[in-house]
Design a protein around this ligand. Structure first.
Ligand SMILES: Nc1ncnc2c1ncn2[C@@H]1O[C@H](COP(=O)(O)OP(=O)(O)OP(=O)(O)O)[C@@H](O)[C@H]1O
Length: 321
């Protein structure tokens, strides 16, 4: 568990870049920090993993202030993935890179070797490959793998998908999701609201060094005030559903759809309803047509009858003229 209690922070000891920030991230949570550049997200991450100490307030990791925890203790509790994997990668081979954390913690040995082997197999890495020659996505995966091989209960990711193409982004985030499903607490900074909407269960929005919203992902991403204050746009499907939802007649399921599957299901349901309505209208039209046609037949009969009468009368008249 990570707790921020009225935390303020500064880099130069004068200018506060974080002001009175409070929140708690519980075990197993998946939280995304969002907000404009300079909002204080990365600073918050640095405080959470003890790289930076608060100038006021307290940051507690599992109930212990970060100021009272040794770097090695913090490293065991929290894995930190930098935005740029090249800030993290420092070894000549993939295998050495994956063993580096164990060495730094003084935990080399057969158990460490076994975990490295398992992760090499899981990620399909070439153990002897030179990390700097790998493509950006694989380097990011290697940086992530070198953290999770140590099995920290919490991981902090600073912009994990920046610079990755869609396929690489999904690959990295699928690993993160799997970790979270296995119980790892995930805290991530993310500018990509599609990724936030797809993966995070909770969003903390920041602006100007303060928290302006903290809640369930789509409660925050649908809050007009927050979107404006934190200068963020919701994921596209949410944006579309919010726009359609402004129409009074918009079905609730469409107005509340936040994912492509939800929107597809809502539209499909609506089309079925429309289909049913159309069938009902068609049945009604048939009834009306039948009634009209009956009337027409009746009218036609009446016309024939009338004509006949007129004819008779006409004949009579003509004859009488
Ligand atoms: N190492 C540093 N030294 C001095 N000031 C810094 C340092 N890092 C960040 N700042 C300042 O602290 C404030 C918050 O920056 P921070 O990087 O935490 O914001 P952010 O929300 O993560 O932004 P971004 O999305 O651009 O990474 C900004 O005004 C920034 O200029």
């Amino acid at each position: 568990m990570i707790e921020f209690k009225n935390v303020s922070a500064s880099y130069d000891g004068e200018l506060a870049v974080l002001r009175d920030v409070s929140f708690t991230v519980g075990d197993g949570d998946f939280v995304a920090f969002v907000g404009t550049n300079g909002a204080g997200k990365s600073t918050t991450m640095r405080l959470a993993n003890g790289l930076l100490k608060p100038t006021a307030g307290e940051v507690l990791v599992d109930g212990v202030p970060t100021t009272a925890l040794k770097t090695s203790e913090l490293a065991r509790r929290i894995g930190f993935l930098f935005q740029n994997p090249d800030r993290q990668i420092c070894c000549n081979t993939v295998r050495e890179e994956l063993l580096f954390g164990f060495k730094a913690l003084g935990e080399e040995g057969p158990a460490a070797e076994e975990r490295v082997d398992a992760i090499i197999e899981r990620f399909g890495f070439d153990a002897d490959a030179e990390p700097y020659l790998l493509n950006r996505g694989t380097r990011q995966l290697l940086a992530l793998a070198s953290i999770i091989v140590l099995a920290p209960p919490t991981i902090i990711l600073d912009e994990p998908t920046t610079g990755l193409d869609f396929r690489e982004c999904v690959k990295v985030m699928d690993v993160v999701r799997e970790l979270n499903e296995g119980g790892t607490t995930v805290i991530t900074v993310c500018h990509d609201m599609e990724v936030v909407g797809d993966f995070a269960r909770r969003v903390i929005a920041m602006t100007g060094g303060r928290v302006v919203a903290d809640g369930a992902t789509f409660d925050v991403l649908r809050d007009g005030r927050v979107l404006k204050e934190a200068h963020i746009l919701p994921p596209q499907v949410t944006e579309v559903s919010m726009i359609l939802g402004r129409d009074e007649g918009c079905p609730e399921a469409i107005a509340q759809a936040d994912t492509v599957p939800q929107m597809v299901a809502a539209i499909a349901q609506e089309l079925q309803l429309e289909g049913r309505a159309a069938a009902e209208a068609a049945a009604l039209a048939n009834d009306v047509a039948a009634a009209l046609s009956a009337e027409t037949v009746a009218s036609a009969a009446a016309v024939v009858e009338a004509k006949a009468m007129l004819g008779d009368a006409g004949a009579d008249g003509e004859g009488g003229r």
